[in-house]
Ligand binder design. Structure first.
Ligand code: PRT
Length: 106
């Protein structure tokens, strides 16, 4: 598979589905279930907003990484991967290209 960070992390999150919750943070989250994962996503989203308001770029990067990571765990628990979201963004990019071309013709 591809060697980018998101792909590697997606593979790791998939592998953690059969890992021991005692030795893995991700396996522990899976064992707690979707509601607990969503609670973490909500907390990390709030911490990201607070960091953005605070204006410290390092804090914002750190909290956004926490948020992205927990949304990846959420997707994985739902049977999805980062690539599914990247595909949707690519589809929208394609759509905006079509809209741009159409508006240039007008
Ligand atoms: N990228 C991450 C990552 N980002 C954040 N976190 C964890 O997410 C948690 C963030 O939650 P908080 O800041 O609220 O800290 P906390 O109080 O310890 O969290 P809670 O106990 O309240 O859930 C911390 O425990 C971090 O360690 C991560 N844990 C794991 N990964 C990746 O996932 C891989 C698999 O991890 P394990 O399953 O632990 O092997 C690792 O190799 C990493 O690549």
């Amino acid at each position: 598979m591809s060697d980018d960070v998101l792909s590697r992390l997606s593979e790791l999150l998939e592998a953690r589905k059969s890992a021991d919750p005692a030795s893995s943070y991700v396996a522990k989250l899976y064992a707690k279930g979707m509601d607990s994962i969503l609670k973490k996503v909500g907390e990390e989203a709030t911490e990201t907003v607070i960091a953005a308001k605070g204006g410290n770029k390092e804090e914002l990067i750190y909290e956004t990484a926490d948020l992205w990571f927990h949304t990846l765990v959420m997707l994985s628990h739902a049977g999805l991967q980062a690539q599914d979201v990247l595909n949707e963004l690519a589809r929208r990019e394609g759509l905006s290209g079509i809209v741009e071309k159409a508006s240039r013709k007008e």
